[in-house]
Design a binder for this molecule. Sequence first.
Ligand SMILES: Nc1ncnc2c1ncn2[C@@H]1O[C@H](COP(=O)(O)OP(=O)(O)OP(=O)(O)O)[C@@H](O)[C@H]1O
Ligand SMILES: [Mg+2]
Length: 240
Amino acid sequence: MGKPYQRIDQVMDEENVVQNLEKTHSTAPKFIEPTPRKAEWQEEWNYFCQSIRSVEPRFDYSKADLKILCSMLSWVWRFKPYNLLGFDFEKGLFFYGSMGRGKTLLLRALKEYLLKLKSRWREAIDDDYRLGTAWYSASQIANDYAAEGQPELEQYYNRKTCLFIDELGREPNPASNFGTKMNVLQFILQMRYDNRRTSVTHVTTNLTLDMMAEIYGDYVADRCLEMFNFVEFAGPSLRQ
Ligand SMILES: Nc1ncnc2c1ncn2[C@@H]1O[C@H](COP(=O)(O)OP(=O)(O)OP(=O)(O)O)[C@@H](O)[C@H]1O
Ligand SMILES: [Mg+2]
């Protein structure tokens, strides 16, 4: 285990961040098969740290799992050397576990990072569905159905998109649209699965896969295995 941590320490050096960094990129990076040089990785790592701090200024690295942070950034870049959790780059991230452990914070930070990435290299990533930033809570999606009906749900699945779903399992279920009841997130997950080759989904939830099977059905839970990299967040709440 010593080795990976050493390497993390090297990239964790936040001191020599932003102000000293030169923009070394003359051309946009290739996101299809990028092999960032060390300097590029350092620069991206620093941007990622900034994104985390923009979401939580008091972010404490000692309370976070650095392997998750490194693997998240690796996921964006499809960069194997720092993919310490062995994420499958074609699958989304499924952050589950105890309350108040930073699941939402980290996915929000990823979203912020991707937004910045987009402003830096718009042309390179505009057509990369993995790098989108659409963010909704599961309740928002269910309430959208309740207010507008099923056609409204198309925006959440029927495109080449990256979709962040926060707080899966806390939505009203079933949602009711003028008396027509629907397990909305079951439907969304199933459709996202069908479109999995051209879309990616990230989730935060307190549900385990067993609970997912209970709420959304065995077939959805089974499809989740093919859609997601599962990361458990355990321990006492970090809320103060
Ligand atoms: N490593 C950390 N250092 C400092 N604060 C943190 C850290 N991780 C999380 N927090 C803070 O703890 C609080 C809870 O984090 P967050 O909302 O991301 O938890 P969660 O896992 O999504 O919880 P829930 O399951 O209840 O939705 C937030 O205020 C967040 O900013
Ligand atoms: Mg949360």
